[in-house]
Write a protein that binds this ligand. Structure first.
Ligand code: L14
Length: 346
C-alpha cells in the first residue's frame, strides 16, 4: 500500500445546504484529510458539528482562516467568494468555488469532470464549479457531442426550491400548509430574496430564477448559456434557455432539445448514455419509466430518459435530464474536483 498524502481542508459555508452535503461526502468518500476547518459567516459561527465522530467548532471565515489550508471549498455566496478567495490563494490553497464569482473568468477553469477534466490542471489557485442546471445538462450531452456534434441546444428547466437555500424550502412548506388550511400565503423569499416583489411557490410555477438582465433573460438563463459554451469549449454552440422554479424540494428536471451535426439512431444515443460514467438511462415508455426528481434526490448520478427523435427534424433529439441540484449540481461535483486534485492518478 502506498503512503497517501493528507490535506488540510476548509469548507466555507459549512452550515449551508450545500456545505452540509460537502461535509457528508468528504466523510463518506473517506477524503484524505489531515485537518478540517468548518467556516461560516459570523452569524452561524460558534456551533459544533461532528465530522467522523469528532466535534468541530464552526469558525467565522476571515482572510487569516486559510493559513496552512491546502484545499478550500466555497459555497457561501458570490460576495464571500470574491472577498476571501484572493486571500486563500495567497496562502497557497486551491479553491473550489461553488458560486458565480469566477465562473466566466478566463483564468479560471470551469469544470465538470465527465466533460473537461483536463482543464483542472490549468488552474491558478481557483477552480469554478458550474451552475447546477448547467452541470447536469453538459454531463448528459457530452457523450452525444463527442460522437455526433451538437449545433444547438434549447432547454427549459424545472428547478427545485432547495437551490435557493434552506430558507426557501421552509417557505414553500409553510405556504403549502397555509394553502391547505384555506389561507392566503404571504410570500417572503422567492423568486429573489433581495428584490421587493415576491411570488407564491406552493402550488405554482415561477418563470424567474435570479435577476432579469437587460436582454430579457434571467441571470440563471445567462449562466446556462455562457457556462455551457465555456465547458464544452465551443463558442459556436447555439444555446437558449428558460429557467423555471417548481414546487419540488430536491432535484432539477430539464427538457432538453438538441440539434445534432450528424445523422443518428436513437439506439446509438441510448447506448452512449448507458455506457457513460455518472449517467443513468431510465427510458421505458411501455413501463412508464423515466427520471423523476423524487428518485434522483440523494443520488450523485445524472438521470436521462424520454429520449426520442424530433418528428419534424431527423437530426433533432428530445430528452429529459434530472439530477439532485445539491449533489451533482453542487456538492458532489465540487468533491469530485477535490478528489482529482488530491488523488491525481484517478
Ligand atoms: O449560480 O436554484 O450557483 O436558485 C445556485 C442556486 C444559481 C441559482 C448558482 C437556484 C446559483 C440556483
Amino acid at each position: 500500500m502506498s503512503i497517501q498524502q493528507l490535506f488540510n481542508v476548509a469548507v466555507v459555508g459549512a452550515t449551508g445546504a450545500v456545505g452540509e452535503q460537502i461535509r457528508r461526502l468528504l466523510e463518506e468518500r473517506n477524503f484524505p484529510i489531515a485537518s478540517l476547518k468548518l467556516l461560516s459567516s459570523a452569524r452561524s459561527a460558534g456551533s459544533t458539528i461532528e465530522f467522523k465522530g469528532q466535534p468541530i467548532t464552526v469558525e467565522e471565515a476571515t482572510p487569516e482562516s486559510f493559513r496552512g489550508v491546502d484545499i478550500a471549498l466555497f459555497s457561501a455566496g458570490g460576495d464571500v467568494s470574491k472577498a476571501l478567495i484572493p486571500h486563500a490563494v495567497v496562502h497557497g490553497a486551491v479553491c473550489i468555488d461553488n458560486t458565480n464569482a469566477y465562473r466566466m473568468d478566463p483564468e479560471t477553469p470551469l469544470v465538470v469532470p465527465e466533460v473537461n477534466l483536463d482543464k483542472i490542471n490549468e488552474h491558478k489557485g481557483i477552480i469554478a464549479n458550474p451552475n447546477c442546471s448547467t452541470i447536469q445538462m453538459v454531463a448528459a450531452l457530452k457523450p452525444i457531442y463527442d460522437r455526433f456534434g451538437i449545433s444547438r441546444i434549447i432547454v427549459s428547466t424545472y428547478q427545485a426550491v432547495s437551490g435557493a437555500g434552506a430558507s426557501a424550502v421552509t417557505e414553500m412548506l409553510r405556504q403549502s400548509s397555509e394553502v391547505l388550511a384555506g389561507n392566503d400565503p404571504k410570500p417572503a423569499i422567492l423568486p429573489v430574496s433581495s428584490l421587493p416583489v415576491k411570488h407564491q411557490i406552493a402550488f405554482n410555477v415561477i418563470p424567474q430564477i435570479d435577476k432579469f438582465q437587460d436582454n430579457g433573460f434571467t441571470l440563471e438563463e445567462m449562466k446556462m448559456i455562457r457556462e455551457t459554451k465555456k465547458i464544452m469549449g465551443d463558442e459556436s454552440l447555439e444555446v437558449t434557455a428558460t429557467c423555471v422554479r417548481v414546487p419540488v424540494v430536491y432535484g432539477h428536471s430539464e427538457s432538453v432539445y438538441v440539434e445534432l451535426k450528424k445523422d443518428f439512431e436513437i439506439e446509438e444515443i441510448k447506448g452512449l448514455l448507458s455506457d457513460s460514467p455518472g449517467i443513468v438511462l431510465i427510458d421505458d415508455p411501455s413501463g412508464q419509466q423515466y427520471p423523476l426528481a423524487t428518485d434522483a434526490a440523494g443520488k450523485n448520478d445524472v438521470f436521462v430518459g424520454r429520449v426520442r427523435r424530433d418528428l419534424s427534424n431527423p437530426r433533432g433529439l428530445n430528452m429529459w435530464i434530472v439530477s439532485d441540484n445539491l449533489l451533482k449540481g453542487a456538492a458532489w461535483n465540487a468533491v469530485q474536483i477535490a478528489e482529482y486534485i488530491a488523488i491525481p492518478q484517478q
